[in-house]
Write a protein that binds this ligand. Sequence first.
Ligand SMILES: [Zn+2]
Ligand SMILES: [Zn+2]
Length: 139
Amino acid sequence: MQKMTTLKGGCLCGAVRFQWRGESVSASYCHCLDCRKATGGPYTVGVGVDAAGLTISSGKTKGYTTVADSGNPITRQFCPKCGSPLFTKAEVCPDRVWIKAGSLDEPELIKPTHQSWIGKAVPWAYLDRDLPSYAGNGP
Ligand SMILES: [Zn+2]
Ligand SMILES: [Zn+2]
């Protein structure tokens, strides 16, 4: 049995606060163009968790849906007040949610294990070259 993990986080202005509690956490880098545009950074780090364990303790998010490179509709949720990206949801995986690692109060609790859409990585996105990398979405 894996141990229970609690992750807490929120947006820049503090209007949206959330907590996640559960057993299974995965984290990875995504280099796709949409993640780059949506975060304003060279890549995003998504923390994949069980959607049932996520509680929004204050505030409300807004969502923006696009069709991803994978062909699936992806909704990115953000704080409507300050614009901080918070969560990503995919219709094809309704039980899963990806928390933006940068929104966590203690981002050191997670450890990205692979990189997705490596062919789209910008040359100045310096990351561990030994990490498993995938042309599309990883496992
Ligand atoms: Zn905010
Ligand atoms: Zn992406």
